[in-house]
Design a protein around this ligand. Structure first.
Ligand SMILES: [Zn+2]
Length: 219
């Protein structure tokens, strides 16, 4: 059996990470997993960790880092050999170290970072408009037929508070601060691969495949 791809993916909100992760998972025949997926699997399998995690979630509390790490390690111990594209984990240096311990130093092929300039993702997100009635989404570049009335239901199409330029800039700043140590962590291990994430979906996908194949051929 061919050696299965094991990678992490990162990128700012609005960088198209979810779309690319799904296409890459399909292309390489591996699972695209988020921490949410792993939580659901652990809860469904009723593992002790899954039940602990469920307790926090049921009470509406944030799941502590050690439980998050435990759930991910448990999932990868059971399913990791089939390959994976891990999305949204690790988020902290402690999580990165725990992941390394779980999969071993050679257990990861790369971290693929989709690099998209901040002003571009701000424009993508800040241009977003949403129907306040049915949730249909629009963009200032592709508005409804009658501005700003929803094509689907006739509801008012508005900008969400979360999507204002200020809100997006604040989130991106926090993301940069949180992510920089992680990118450094993987750069030190020669596992960081950054690609230009600006462009249409197929262009970026082609760049991603070339970068992944190159990294695996070189390791
Ligand atoms: Zn609507």
């Amino acid at each position: 059996m061919a050696y299965a791809l094991k990678m992490l993916i990162s990128g700012k909100q609005g960088a198209g990470k979810g779309t690319q992760a799904a296409k890459l998972a399909d292309h390489y025949g591996v699972a695209h997993v988020s921490t949410g997926d792993m939580f659901r699997a652990a809860v469904k399998a009723q593992t002790p960790l899954g039940q602990t995690a469920k307790g926090f979630m049921d009470r509406g509390e944030l799941v502590p880092d050690d439980v998050v790490i435990g759930v991910v390690v448990e999932f990868l111990t059971n399913h990791g050999d089939d390959g994976f594209i891990l999305d949204g984990f690790p988020r902290t240096a402690a999580q990165a170290e725990a992941l390394e311990e779980a999969v071993g130093e050679d257990g990861l092929d790369l971290l693929l970072d989709l690099d998209v300039p901040t002003d571009i993702v701000v424009a993508r997100i800040a241009g977003r408009r949403v129907c306040s009635e049915c949730g249909a989404t629009y963009h200032v570049d592709s508005p409804p037929n009658v501005q700003w009335v929803c094509d689907v239901c006739g509801g008012a199409v508005v900008q969400r508070d979360d999507d204002t330029e200020d809100a997006v800039a604040t989130r991106l700043q926090a993301y940069q601060e949180q992510t920089k140590p992680l990118l450094d962590f993987y750069a030190e291990r020669d596992l960081l691969v950054q690609i230009d994430g600006d462009g249409d979906v197929d262009e970026v996908f082609a760049r991603a495949v070339a970068a992944i194949d190159g990294a695996r051929a070189g390791s």
